[in-house]
Design a protein around this ligand. Structure first.
Ligand SMILES: [Zn+2]
Length: 573
């Protein structure tokens, strides 16, 4: 079982990775002075306010405030959990994530048990397909679809016996319910969810079974049944067949998105190993973002009936915000009632692949669909097209593709001067506003920010021999925490420093302060820092003076306090 990821590994990987290379592989960066900039991937903008700094190993957006280190970027950008982000980062650097074994594994949680149970159930269904007499119908079904044993093994196909308790009599009922494998009855007893069906295990991209799909072998309904949402299965974020696809090719030129399990398997059987299926849900932005991590071209394949047409338009709507430069979505609309499974069987791989590579571009599909029923040779038709399209085009990430789509709308509507955005603020004006705001920062803010950005400045503080216990100011606890971390790790870099606050309440402030740009020349920074500490200590003394003074009048002071007050009066600075 996987244990905790050692902190030393996380520190090490943050040293090995170059955040500029990492982010550049997701969002193309341009060099600008000492940092790299791009239009922010986390909010829509016309001019770049997203900056990545190699010396700090951090990124920051002046527009929306997003910021952090390489791990934060992967978490935010890929909607990943912390552990997944660390694993992805390790992949990127090309190292294996070690796990602490023995003494202190992470609390064995429910999720781990759910994964184990799903794995056991998958093995059970596979064994049933092989050994159970009653599974002959399932074997016949697969054979009738032309599947070989090899493909059946690759996709771990199985059979759920037509029984109410095949699983329920072997496993704990509560665990089966949590894994989505059993259904609770009102009287408290449970029964198996999948009965008398061929079984398609759904695996995440790391190969773990997260749920199942099941298809009936007779005319009963529903024809297809999926696991419900569980702690490990989220239909809106997972696709069927991705693990199998990636085990054959980790960087496919394109990925074909189809609607059913059997489509994926039939295509694989015929030699097209780069398709995946959504799990009975509409194609979502999360699905597309997931797939774009592995390929820059997605071909969405839909049935030509009314439902298929509606689904393809919804998919295009989901795709628009994902279409950064370099990414492409194409639409492959089949004839009514035809699915990829049948089609590849009838016309063979070559003809099918030529349909894939000649599928309609998203822009053609988009304008064709929006122009339906409009007469573009009259002004009303063109105005109507503009009003329908404008909102969609504004959802596109900024870039050449957006420019081209806007140009196309201008040309179709014959309106040359279409304005798409209110005037954007420039990075320069943002920086000016910030430099004005700098002047209003509290000394504590300045000290913590500069210390985070220059951990070596700790020596300035050490020279001053400060008694922090009597400095009673907002933020002093955080400052002391930062000081303690730096004292313990004298060579800590900024990215690691940010990491040590992950999950804490102060994480957000640490990020903001880490990225605060002081616009002070490098050489003046240390003096600024020293001056801010003096101002901060003065504030502390003033505060303490008022505090002791007030206490003296109300309840009197101890001898030590009295001495402290005298010192403050004699040495006001
Ligand atoms: Zn932003």
């Amino acid at each position: 079982m996987a244990g905790k990821i050692p902190q030393t590994f996380i520190d090490d990987i943050l040293v090995r990775v170059d955040i500029v290379d990492l982010i550049d592989s997701y969002v193309p960066l341009k060099k600008a002075g000492s940092s790299y900039v791009a239009r922010c991937p986390f909010h829509t903008e016309k001019t770049p306010s997203f900056a990545v700094t190699r010396s700090k190993q951090l990124y920051h957006c002046f527009g929306c405030g997003a910021g952090g280190n390489a791990i934060t970027f992967l978490m935010e950008h890929g909607h990943l959990g912390f552990v997944e982000a660390v694993e992805d980062l390790a992949d990127f650097v090309g190292v294996q994530v070690p796990r602490e074994s023995g003494s202190a594994p992470i609390k064995k949680n429910n999720v781990t048990e759910v994964y184990q149970l799903l794995e056991q159930a998958a093995s059970f269904y596979i064994d049933q397909l092989r050994d159970n007499e009653a599974a002959k119908v399932a074997v016949d079904y697969f054979k009738s679809r032309g599947l070989t044993g090899e493909v059946a093994r690759e996709f771990q196909l199985g059979y759920a016996p037509d029984s109410w308790d095949a699983l329920s009599k072997q496993f704990k009922p509560q665990a089966l319910i949590e894994a989505g494998l059993a259904v609770a009855k009102e009287n408290g007893s449970t029964y198996d969810r999948f009965r008398g069906r061929v079984i398609f295990p759904i695996r995440d991209r790391r190969g773990r079974v997260i749920g199942f799909g099941g298809r009936v072998l007779d005319d009963s309904l529903p024809k297809y049944l999926n696991s419900p949402e569980t702690s490990v299965f989220h239909k809106g974020r997972e696709v069927y067949g991705l693990y199998e696809l990636l085990s054959k090719n980790s960087k496919p030129e394109r990925i074909v998105v189809v609607e059913g399990y059997m489509d994926v398997i039939a295509l694989a059987q015929f030699g097209l190993g780069y398709s995946v299926a959504t799990l009975g849900t509409a194609t979502s932005k999360d699905h597309l973002e997931l797939l774009f991590r592995f390929s820059s071209e997605l071909v969405l394949c839909f049935d030509g009936d009314k439902a298929g047409k509606a689904a393809s338009w919804r998919a295009v709507e989901s795709a628009l915000p994902c279409l950064r430069d370099g990414r492409q979505v194409r639409i492959m609309q089949l004839s009514t009632g035809v699915d990829p499974d049948n089609l590849v069987r009838e016309e063979g791989l070559e003809a099918f692949e030529s349909r894939v590579s000649s599928a309609q571009t998203l822009s053609d599909y988009f304008f064709e669909r929006l122009s339906q029923g409009l007469n573009l040779s009259d002004m009303e038709g063109r105005a109507s097209l503009v009003s329908k399209a404008r909102g969609y085009l504004e959802k596109l990430p900024n870039g050449i593709f957006q420019d081209l789509m806007q140009d196309k709308l201008k040309s179709l509507s014959k309106i040359e001067k279409l304005e798409f955005y209110p005037k954007a603020t420039t990075l320069k004006s943002q920086r000016y506003r910030q430099s004005q705001a700098d002047k209003k920062l509290s000394p504590m803010r300045v000290v913590v920010s500069l210390l985070l950005q220059n951990p070596e400045f700790i020596e300035v503080i050490e020279q001053k021999e400060i008694n922090w216990a009597v400095v009673n100011l907002a933020g002093v606890d955080l400052l002391r925490q930062v000081l303690e971390i730096i004292a313990q790790h004298p060579n800590i870099n900024q990215s690691q420093l940010v990491e040590s606050f992950r999950g804490q309440e102060s994480e957000k402030y640490i990020n903001i302060m880490m990225n605060h740009d002081f616009l002070i020349p490098e050489l003046g920074l240390k003096d600024e820092f020293s001056g801010a500490i003096d101002r901060l200590l003065q504030q502390g003394r003033d505060g303490r003076f008022l505090e002791l003074n007030a206490k003296q009048q109300v309840e009197g002071l101890s001898d030590a306090e009295l001495q402290e007050l005298r010192n403050l009066i004699n040495n006001p600075k």
